[in-house]
Each structure stands twice: as C-alpha cells, then as structure tokens.
Design a protein around this ligand. Structure first.
Ligand SMILES: [Zn+2]
Ligand SMILES: [Zn+2]
Length: 117
C-alpha cells in the first residue's frame, strides 16, 4: 500500500493546487496491481471533475444518494469534499460518492476485494 499511499497524497496535494498538472500517468503505474487502485480511481475522479459530462454524473449520483455518504450516513457538502468510489457488480461499474476519509476507510477495510476499482 506504500506506493499507492504516496501517490494518493501527491494527488491530494495536487487537488489543492493545480488539478491538471499531476494527472499525467506515472510510467511505473500498473492498473492491474491493486496497490494502484486508489491512484487510478483518483485519476478517474479528476477526469470526472474536469469534464462537463462528468459533472452531470456527479450531480446524478448526489441526487440518487440524497447527498448522503453511504459509508458514514453524513451529508456530503462542498466543505467535506468527496471521492468517487467504483465497484464492479455483475459486469456493471457502480459509482458512489463518499467522503475522502470514508473512501480511504473503504479501501483499508476491503483490501482483499480485488473487484473494487
Ligand atoms: Zn462519509
Ligand atoms: Zn474507491
């Protein structure tokens, strides 16, 4: 998890400064290595945030969830920020909006679940 953690923190920092600058894929990154799971998910999320179509997806998810994070049951707001968690069920990719810290928790609790993307 050490490498994933490192890049996660880098991306987190990048979100505060310049979103686009850090989205370039790292040469050694392997999408099939579960250590990179969060890293790729965060990249996907940055893409979603940057695209108009992506914002529609976020708005739809937000409405579907009534603005509630399914992990802790608390409201997701501009202040709390969010992450887009993806899981594959029956070949369908499900996206869920969760708090950034709840997202970390999901991946720590569920490390052996290789289906989580
Ligand atoms: Zn939460
Ligand atoms: Zn996730």
């Amino acid at each position: 998890m050490e490498n994933g953690e490192k890049y996660y923190l880098r991306l987190k920092y990048a979100t505060d400064t310049d979103i686009k600058r850090f989205t370039k894929i790292q040469a050694e990154a392997n999408p099939f290595d579960e250590n990179w799971q969060i890293y790729f998910e965060e990249r996907e999320e940055l893409k979603i945030r940057n695209e108009l179509k992506g914002r529609t997806v976020i708005n739809r998810l937000y409405k579907t969830q009534n603005g509630i994070c399914p992990v802790c049951g608390e409201k997701i707001t501009i202040d709390t920020d969010f992450r887009v968690h993806q899981t594959i069920q029956n070949n369908i990719t499900l996206k869920t909006l969760v708090h950034p810290w709840c997202h970390r928790k999901l991946h720590i609790d569920d490390e052996e679940n290789t289906l989580a993307l």
